[in-house]
Design a protein. Structure first.
Length: 258
């Protein structure tokens, strides 16, 4: 967006902020796309534009990929629309499809940006393990048809805590930026029905970073990679040393902290 247009947006009287949840299965990611491709942002901007009687161009905390889901995506946009804040959630959800929901709405200060004001993010990644595929979780978790060694996987994840160069888990095609990131939590929680939930919390993430980490840690759980070798992969700073990227269906943007 050009500088002049940014200033025009900020001249509008309200900075509306939304927390949004969505099932990303049928969308080509979050970021706006050109027709006929449809992304979550396309749908939000179109329907909110109708509601506010204004052209909507929003910023988002994260640009989730095709098939990735969210519990806590945060967006903001500037508008002169006068609908009261307390009515936004109900009004927006009456216009949105069933797989996109506005969870919360508030007015932010003019300097608040869903993208640039974020301090940290938490992602979840779900893995369904077991002898038989569960058709009811197939769109929302990566199915692995064998039991995984949780002890070895947790040992590998613990090596990621703190500040590291995550080049080994960085996919090509992302925006140019430093590969150094800090992770505050990297763990696995066991859920009912042989579901595993990776919880990864950090100050920022590289393109496909969480999915590349999970793909490699699952190989640790399968016994293909030892925890020691996982540490060597991290230190190698070479994407070619790590495992293939885990599928998009298991990934969720869970929470953004400001």
């Amino acid at each position: 967006m050009k500088r002049e247009h940014k200033e025009e947006m900020k001249q509008r009287s309200r900075n509306i902020c939304l927390k949004v949840a969505y099932d990303g299965t049928r969308y080509h990611g979050f970021q706006r796309q050109s027709p006929p491709v449809v992304a979550v942002q396309n749908v939000l901007e179109k329907q909110l534009g109708k509601m506010f009687g204004d052209s909507i161009e929003m910023a988002a905390a994260g640009r989730t990929d095709a098939g990735v889901h969210a519990y806590g995506q945060v967006v903001n946009f500037f508008t002169n629309g006068r609908i009261p804040t307390e009515r936004i959630v109900q009004a927006a959800n009456s216009l949105l499809p069933e797989d996109i929901t506005v969870v919360e709405a508030w007015e932010g200060g003019y300097d608040f940006s869903a993208r640039h004001s974020a301090k940290s993010k938490t992602y979840l990644y779900r893995v369904q393990q077991g002898a038989v595929r569960n058709p009811f979780t197939d769109r929302y978790a990566w199915y692995v048809n064998r039991p995984l060694d949780l002890s070895d996987m947790r040992e590998a994840l613990s090596m990621l805590l703190g500040t590291h160069d995550f080049s080994s888990f960085r996919a090509a095609g992302g925006a140019p930026m430093s590969p150094v990131r800090t992770l505050y939590r990297a763990d696995i929680e066991e859920r009912e029905g042989e579901m595993l939930e990776f919880v990864i919390h950090g100050n920022g993430f590289l393109y496909h970073m969480v999915r590349n980490i999970v793909g490699t840690v699952v190989d640790v759980g399968k016994g293909r990679i030892t925890p020691r070798r996982f540490g060597e992969i991290l230190e190698a700073r070479d994407r070619g040393k790590a495992s293939p990227t885990a599928p998009a269906c298991g990934l969720y943007l869970y929470e953004v902290e400001y």
